[in-house]
Design a protein around this ligand. Structure first.
Ligand SMILES: Nc1ncnc2c1ncn2[C@@H]1O[C@H](COP(=O)(O)OP(=O)(O)OP(=O)(O)O)[C@@H](O)[C@H]1O
Ligand SMILES: [Mg+2]
Length: 432
């Protein structure tokens, strides 16, 4: 039996691949039915460099999530990121049809016009998303769904996310080789933002920063809509490399030291102490002061926040960030990160944990490392692309009686729910 109220997010990160199976409860919160995680060794800076290793990690994470949830996963919303992804703000203006009430065909023409602005898109790039920012119907600003509104002209803008065809194809190939259907692809900063930001922050103006292992992602929201995003190729694994280099230790040892004793802000540590590293594989044990570790970590974290500050200033939105910054991703877990970020960015800063989760395994998923995957799930619910996502497994674990055909539900809206504006928008866009 299929369940259209269940969605699956797949985050193929530089350090881990993770899967979350979730449903929405009556209160509209995400009830996590299962999750799985595997070490990721097939990516560099969020880009696939080894298909087989990535496929293996996806299979392993999916198997864990299936076991925990008793759900057979067939389709996923997969995240996409990397420095190859770029975003373009595109303006558009059309005359409303003769009836004077905005209809679907008006929106289609609006999007066609927005698309002509990116007609110089490189041949090796393709569109990942078209996110409407706002519609202005005559003089009515800030309209999110214009259909049915009376007016003579419609203006506005769309946020168009494009990426390199080959890199997108590699992600798709990995997912499909792992036996899954790609229901949807979501730009990861968009997903992380959805998971950690509050509606009031989104309206007031906020920058979301996701410090992962290989990339740091930045997304700016002003007046409810995404305005800017960027993927920076320096992140928390670089901190580990610096620690390994600085104290001359194996990468794995440096990673453990960073997590157990690391601090990103010299002002944050009160008393210095000696840290002992056990000798491994015939190496002699050695010791160093915690303050030296902090010095190494702080230097790299400062660089990361300076790059973020440069990106935010370049965006032109710095002065509009009334809600400051929300810092998420595994790299945000280094103590002192928020204090350092506040000092360098010159903004109010808070840590970003995935919001709106209910259910028994909330605790294991309520971690900034899971912001992206939780956002992928939230985005799927927003889009209601849930038709061919999962199948329940019989209680004896046997195969489902009806094999998935993988295609029909999305077309027919089997869940019987009225299509959302986003659904329609996506369909129209695909027809362009
Ligand atoms: N408790 C912790 N304290 C400090 N750092 C941590 C902690 N947990 C994880 N990290 C760091 O977070 C990083 C991984 O973060 P995350 O899981 O968000 O990355 P990812 O999604 O795999 O990578 P990317 O988004 O760049 O593709 C690693 O560098 C890891 O060392
Ligand atoms: Mg990530």
């Amino acid at each position: 039996m299929r369940d259209s109220n269940i969605v699956v997010g797949l985050d193929i990160g530089t350090t881990k691949v993770c899967v979350v199976v979730a449903e929405k409860d009556e209160a509209g919160k995400l009830n996590i039915l299962g999750h799985g995680r595997a070490l990721s060794e097939g990516l560099q800076r969020a880009t696939v460099v080894n298909i087989n290793k990535t496929v293996e990690a996806i299979r392993s994470a999916v198997a864990d999530a299936e076991r925990e949830s008793s759900i057979r996963i067939t389709g996923v919303n997969v995240g996409i990121s990397g420095a190859h992804v770029h975003c373009i703000n595109s303006n558009s203006e059309i005359s409303v049809n003769q009836s004077g009430v905005v209809n679907a065909s008006d929106v289609r023409r609006f999007l066609e016009k927005a698309k002509t602005n990116i007609r110089y898109l490189d041949i090796d790039h393709e569109i990942i998303h078209v996110i409407p920012q706002e519609f202005i119907v005559d003089d009515q600003e800030g309209v999110l769904d214009p259909i049915g509104m009376a007016g003579t002209t419609m203006r506005g803008s769309a946020y168009i996310v494009v990426g390199m065809k080959t890199k997108i194809r590699n992600i798709r190939q990995c997912v499909e080789k792992a036996g899954l259907i790609v229901n949807d692809m979501t730009f990861e900063p968009v997903a992380s933002g959805l998971a950690v930001m509050k509606e009031s922050e989104r309206k007031s103006g906020v920058v979301i920063v996701d410090i992962g292992g290989g990339t740091t992602e930045v997304a700016i929201y002003i007046e409810g809509a995404i305005r800017f995003s960027e993927v920076i190729k320096v992140a928390a694994n670089d901190v580990t490399h610096d620690v390994a280099y600085g104290i001359k230790a194996l990468y794995e040892v440096a990673e453990e030291l960073k997590i157990r004793h690391g601090c990103a802000y010299q002002g944050g540590r009160e008393e210095d102490e000696e840290v002992l590293i056990e000798g491994t594989e015939g190496r002699a044990p050695k010791s160093f002061m915690k303050s030296s570790l902090t010095l190494i970590i702080e230097a790299r974290m400062m660089e990361i926040f300076e790059l973020i500050r440069d990106a935010v200033k370049r965006s032109g939105y710095f002065d509009y960030l009334n809600a400051g910054a929300v810092i998420t991703g595994g790299g945000s877990l280094i103590p002192g990160t928020e204090a350092l970020a506040a000092q360098i960015l010159g903004l109010d800063v808070r840590g970003g944990f995935p919001e709106g989760i209910s259910g028994g395994i909330k605790r294991s998923i309520n971690n900034p490392m899971y912001a992206t995957v939780m956002g992928l799930v939230a985005h799927s619910f927003e889009n209601r692309h849930t038709g061919h996502t999962v199948e329940h497994v019989a209680s004896d674990g046997s195969e489902p009686t009806q094999p998935p055909d993988g295609q029909d539900d999305e077309e027919t809206g089997e869940d019987g729910q009225k299509k959302t504006f986003t659904d329609r928008l996506k369909e129209w866009w695909e027809k362009l």
